[in-house]
Design a protein around this ligand. Structure first.
Ligand code: NAD
Ligand code: LMR
Length: 323
């Protein structure tokens, strides 16, 4: 067996954590040879809920779960942490946009970024799930100047998985058959799920679906799926978010040659200016995401990517006091 990895989940009493913690503790991120020590961070009023979750984790007798702590102290939670899922934040309600959460949720991520900076292990990887995820990740990263910016990601994987599942059901194919799909931009309704390079079983997806469906049904369906879930379920997505968070962190840690959509700090690739955390086509090697570069971009794609860049820059501007 390997030595245990310490994994922090914030918002541990919340609905996403209730799915996520079991998946992590089952070895789905670090693999079956690596025990996991869980660190559950909550706000003081929700500590009882997090304690109850910890009791249930214990009662599950999970072979890889080596230790659990429950705390409201970020310094303790992140001390020696190898991976962190920053989930704890308010979800939106019906009729709200994710960016409406920025004023309240943004404040959470600076102190957590600082605690990560001061106490986490050198190999810390941080995935921000709490909305608006891209800009919250930027806030956390700005508060952690000693941690490489590339270690702060925001989650686009749920959008990526939603896009694949819509294509899979349209074409009657299995999700695993799809390759080279990307969701560019912001985890918002402006996001751009892009099938330009996608294949299914080696065939080009764009040859199999008509443009009318792609532009007027598929893109808005994927981009608004979070709102659709809230409408139908009465609460925002939880198990699917947890599942996608596991996919993201597992691929980041263990590597994948298959394209994934991850929101990573812009490097100037595709003319996207530095200073935002943006969904891009990525693969993961040696514990780092690599941006898939050199793709041809049409004017139509460029317009959609630019709309996301403008939106992320406006969000950054709105929280400039936190950066
Ligand atoms: P929830 O309300 O069920 O749980 C959130 C938990 O976070 C609560 O228990 C709350 O006490 C806790 N919390 C609040 N502030 C905290 C802090 N400073 N430190 C630690 N914990 C804190 O919400 P949820 O359904 O689990 O969703 C959490 C967030 O994830 C929301 O912002 C939601 O919009 C977002 N989300 C993102 C995606 C994505 O794809 N990026 C998907 C689904 C949900
Ligand atoms: C989602 O995409 O399901 C989450 O971001 C929750 C939301 O507010 O849509």
């Amino acid at each position: 067996m390997n030595s245990p990895k310490k994994v922090v989940v914030t918002g541990a009493a919340g609905q996403i954590a209730y799915s996520l913690l079991w998946r992590i503790a089952n070895g789905e991120v670090f693999g079956p040879e690596t025990p996991v020590s869980l660190s559950l961070l909550e706000i003081p009023v929700a500590l009882g809920g997090a304690e109850g979750v910890a009791m249930e984790l214990q009662d599950s007798a999970l072979p890889l779960l080596s230790n659990i702590i429950v705390t409201a102290d970020a310094n303790e939670a992140f001390n020696g942490a190898n991976a962190a899922f920053l989930v704890g934040a308010k979800p939106r309600g019906k009729g709200e946009e994710r960016a409406d959460l920025l004023a309240n949720n943004g404040k959470i991520f600076g102190p957590q970024g600082k605690a990560i900076n001061d106490h986490a292990a050198d190999d810390i990887r941080v995935l921000v799930v709490g909305n608006p995820a891209n800009t919250n990740a930027l806030i956390a990263s700005a508060a952690a100047p000693d941690v490489p910016a590339s270690r702060f990601n925001a989650m686009m994987r749920l959008d990526h998985n939603r896009a694949i599942s819509q294509l899979a059901s349209k074409l009657g194919r299995g999700a695993a058959e799809f390759e080279n799909l990307v969701v560019w931009g912001n985890h918002s309704a402006t996001q751009f799920p892009d099938i330009s390079y996608a294949t299914v079983g080696g065939e080009k997806v764009s040859d199999l679906v008509d443009q009318e469906w792609y532009r007027n049904e598929f893109i808005p369906r994927v981009a608004n799926r979070g709102a659709e879930i809230i409408e139908v379920r009465g609460k925002s997505s939880a198990a699917s978010a947890a599942s996608s968070a596991v996919d993201h962190m597992r691929d980041w840690v263990q590597g994948t040659e298959k394209w994934a959509s991850a929101a990573v700090p812009s490097t100037g690739a595709y003319g996207i200016p530095e200073g935002i955390i943006v969904g891009l086509p990525t693969i993961a090697r040696n514990g780092e995401w690599e941006i898939v570069e050199g793709l041809e971009i049409s004017d139509w794609q460029r317009e959609r990517i630019n709309a996301n860049v403008a939106e992320l820059q406006a969000e950054r501007e709105a929280v400039s006091h936190l950066l």
